[in-house]
Design a protein around this ligand. Structure first.
Ligand SMILES: Cc1cc2nc3c(=O)[nH]c(=O)nc-3n(C[C@H](O)[C@H](O)[C@H](O)COP(=O)(O)O)c2cc1C
Length: 329
């Protein structure tokens, strides 16, 4: 019998993030913060031309994850496709790999991807959407899920798209509660997550604007969703799942002082472990520094002088200099 996607209930999922959640990043997070129940790869973009083979897809997802049974089982493998891309060939290639869970990215707001009828665009073209969903469903026998927004330009196809997924055998839906046109503006409207939970009989994963343990509790309480997925909040607090499992029933314990205390300790560990993983991949100081700077976007928001602190890290010319600023926190 097939298992429920993302576990039986109330899992915490580290969201797919292009430029972040590649294999070394997932390995580091998996080691430091194993409390995350699931991780996702960033998307593999299905090409329109060129030869497809399982090795190429395998290399994108990362060979070592396939050798680590615990991580492999916790990993969702994501693809992003467009109307004319070679979806069938890629899904057949994925089927040859030891992948238990395939996810289709239907939230991507990129103009280029949308112009080629891919990502969130497909939420406005239900005929094309159905064709692609059927193609994937008929070629992939294990768990197949989608990650969506509430619509493309507006929410007019919201209910129909949810029904379509359910009817076509999609096994769970992650919902980032904004339209494509909203990008990241305003606050995600969790009412849509609540509506989706009532509308279909497959698990709904709530996503959008979860930043704290309190928000995780609130998302579960307000929407009754099956699990939650956290993106920018996980970049800001990569140990959010650890905090949740330790303190979800005692929020008073999580004072601002406590959060800053553990932030300092965890940041040391975070960058130490990430550097180790990137070295294994052969990255040099320059490229590691570039990545570390890109991870710094939300990391210092909790400090009273967060912008100044972040500026120090971002102006670092050398990796050593970047790491030395950790001692000054
Ligand atoms: C830097 C970045 C990269 C992202 N890359 C992906 C991606 O590869 N696949 C995907 O489905 N969503 C991607 N997203 C969207 C997130 O997974 C998530 O749905 C969105 O950020 C909303 O959740 P949040 O409010 O918790 O950040 C990305 C988001 C960010 C910030």
């Amino acid at each position: 019998m097939k298992s429920t996607p993302y576990g039986n209930s109330k899992s915490l999922i580290f969201a797919p993030m292009e430029g972040v959640t590649d294999e070394p990043y997932r390995m580091a997070i998996g080691k430091l913060f194993p409390e995350w129940d699931y991780y996702s790869t960033d998307f593999y973009r299905v090409p329109t031309v060129g030869n497809i083979n399982a090795k190429r897809v395998h290399d994108h997802f990362g060979a070592r994850t396939f050798q680590n049974e615990e991580l492999r089982k916790k990993t969702t493998y994501q693809i992003l496709t467009t109307a004319r891309a070679q979806t069938e060939q890629v899904v057949q290639a994925v089927s040859e790999l030891n992948v238990d869970h395939l996810d289709l990215n239907l939230g991507c707001p990129s103009k280029k991807v949308n112009a080629h009828k891919g990502g969130a665009y497909l939420l406005s073209d239900l005929e094309e959407l159905k064709r692609i969903i059927r193609l994937i469903r008929s070629n992939f026998k294990k768990t197949f899920t989608v990650k969506i927004r509430i619509g493309y330009r507006d929410d007019s196809s919201f209910e129909d798209s949810l029904k379509l997924f359910e009817d076509e055998g999609v096994e769970a839906i992650t919902l980032h509660a904004r339209t494509r046109d909203q990008l990241y503006q305003g606050i995600a409207d969790w009412e849509y997550i609540k509506k989706a939970v009532k509308l279909v009989n497959i698990p709904i994963i709530g996503n959008g604007d979860i930043w704290s343990v309190h928000d995780v509790n609130r998302m579960f309480d307000e929407t009754d969703c099956h699990a939650v997925m956290i993106g920018r909040g996980a970049l800001k607090t990569p140990w959010l799942a650890t905090l949740f499992y330790e303190h979800q029933n005692n929020l008073d314990f999580i004072s601002d002082e406590y959060l800053l205390d553990i932030r300092k300790d965890y940041l040391d560990l975070y960058f130490y472990e990430l550097e180790k993983e990137y070295r294994k991949l052969g990255l040099d100081d320059h490229n590691i520094l570039k990545r570390f700077k890109s991870f710094s976007r939300y990391l210092f928001d909790d400090y009273a002088d967060g912008e100044i602190v972040r500026g120090r890290f971002l102006r670092s010319m050398k990796l050593d200099e970047f790491l030395s600023h950790l001692d000054r926190l």
